[in-house]
Design a protein around this ligand. Structure first.
Ligand SMILES: Nc1ncnc2c1ncn2[C@@H]1O[C@H](COP(=O)(O)OP(=O)(O)OP(=O)(O)O)[C@@H](O)[C@H]1O
Length: 468
């Protein structure tokens, strides 16, 4: 795909060259801003970071020359691609510019197609670098949303619908349930996918530090010192993780950006205008936070245009077997660990674990299992090889009544066992009676009768009709 529609800053002290270069780039569909010297260039960058800068090496009339300006720009954002324009016979200086981080240079007088090609290649290279970073990050945190449960299917279809709209999204769900993954998928399926997805969490930050992270900072000389996440996410998506952790002052500032689509860097005197889609997450009940005066109600309404709920893993146990297989594959591949087979008995134990830490906790346990599992790598991992945390606390069903039943007559002991065994099996199969019956080898109607006589309610058995 040819990179068009980029925001390019052209810095040259000669008006003719500025006009020529901007005319050529505008014809190619780019938005162009111009600056006649380093002060104007820094003011333009202050107004918003461009996606590429073209700097003339020799600039008259005071201020920084092109090479000095290059250094300031690179310090500010090493990823911002810069193309230099050098005068005829200035090859040595141009090479110095490359050493200092410029992407390429064009020599005056230049041909228009050379300019267009260099600019597009520079933007393409920056996009690729970003894409590579994203892919590298994706191998660490998988980018697929795994699961065939109704909940997972509903999530996928919501993501597909929401991605196309430009509206703000508030993702609610417990810690580790996959909120950030949902946010990333929304970004990737949206028309904003070529720009950045930037995530920030307020946890553990002072309000002052958070302000700098969100909005960036300017030094006393008026030069930007740090680019904040709102600016980095320009044309892309900003993910504010656990929004209720934001201090009240930051909440007010975020509200203002949402209303105005502009803000000032800390210590800055000029507005920065941005086009950012804001996606937020919360694991708390924001209505309760509002009632207790900890969260701004007006901000809540601005953020909660499309609410998405990510269910806890305990509500989608049907996905556990597939998640286990997926994590074994991805973790063993990314960490160079032998790929193991997790046996059915081990998967069954994982399926009845309560998982208060949700998918993240499951993932961590699989990682631990792959690192610590003993025996021949070709050997199947069995239930007794599971990490302690999982093996000993699976919802009170681990022993299936072992210690208590010893004091009971056989008939009562059998009842205790059956009750716990069946409750655990129903949980594993997400409340699906047909699949539970098939697994334990009973007729569905017989299982229903059994459950009734034992007083076990098929917890989430709503996905089936009562037997005739
Ligand atoms: N459906 C899924 N398929 C595959 N991996 C998943 C799925 N859901 C979550 N994960 C993985 O589980 C881990 C936790 O997910 P994520 O960070 O998105 O959760 P979160 O709800 O944002 O957590 P927190 O509230 O703690 O920030 C990540 O490694 C993520 O890739």
């Amino acid at each position: 795909m040819r990179p068009t529609g980029s925001d390019i800053l052209v810095v040259d002290d000669e008006a003719d060259i500025r006009d020529l270069v901007s005319g050529l780039l505008e014809d190619e569909g780019h938005a162009v801003r111009v600056a006649a010297n380093s002060d104007e260039a820094l003011a333009a960058i202050r107004a918003r970071k461009p996606s590429l800068a073209i700097l003339d090496i020799w600039m008259q009339g005071g201020g920084l020359d092109g090479l000095e300006l290059l250094e300031v720009v690179k310090e500010l954002d090493p990823d911002l691609p810069v193309v230099m324009i050098s005068g005829h016979g200035n090859i040595e200086t141009a090479v110095t510019a490359l050493k200092r981080g410029a992407y390429d240079f064009i020599e005056k007088p230049f041909k228009s197609d050379r300019l267009v090609v260099v600019v597009e290649r520079a933007i393409e290279a920056a996009t690729l670098r970003r894409e590579n970073r994203r892919l590298r990050a994706a191998t660490m945190t998988p980018s697929g949303l795994i699961g065939r449960s109704q909940a997972a299917q509903a999530l996928r279809s919501t993501i597909a619908k929401v991605a196309q709209a430009n509206s703000r999204v508030l993702i609610a769900g417990p810690a580790g349930s996959g909120k950030e993954l949902v946010a990333r998928q929304i970004h990737e399926a949206s028309p904003r996918a070529r720009a950045e997805f930037v995530a920030i969490s307020a946890a553990g930050m002072t309000p002052e530090r958070l302000d700098v992270e969100l909005f960036g900072e300017e030094g006393q000389d008026g030069r930007p010192r740090k680019i904040g996440v709102f600016e980095r996410a320009h044309n892309g998506t900003l993910y504010l993780d656990e929004i209720s952790d934001m201090p009240r002052e930051s909440q007010s500032r975020i509200l203002r950006v949402l209303v105005d689509q502009r803000f000032r860097r800390v210590g800055g005197e000029q507005d920065v205008q941005v086009d950012v889609r804001v996606v937020t997450s919360t694991s708390r009940d924001l209505k309760a936070e509002i009632a207790e005066g900890r969260f701004r109600e007006d901000l809540f309404h601005r953020l909660n245009v499309v609410p998405i709920r990510v269910p806890p893993l305990s509500e989608r146990r049907e996905d556990i077997a597939e998640l286990v297989e997926y994590f074994v594959d991805t973790i063993s591949a990314s960490q160079g660990l032998p790929k193991r087979i997790v046996g059915d008995d081990a998967v069954a134990v994982l399926q009845v674990h309560p998982w208060p830490g949700n998918i993240r906790q499951l993932r961590n346990n699989i990682e631990r299992l792959l690192i610590l599992a003993t025996g021949d790598p070709a050997e199947t991992i069995t239930a007794d090889m599971l990490p302690q945390e999982v093996a000993t606390s699976n919802g009170g069903t681990a022993n299936l009544g072992g210690e208590r039943t010893i004091a009971l007559p056989l008939r009562e002991a059998r009842e205790v066992f059956e009750r716990e065994y069946l409750a655990a099996q129903i949980m594993r199969f997400g409340g699906n009676i047909s699949r539970t019956a098939a697994f334990i080898g009973m007729e569905r109607s017989a299982l229903h009768r059994k459950l009734k006589s034992l007083g076990v309610s098929p917890a989430r058995g709503g996905d089936e009709e009562e037997p005739a």
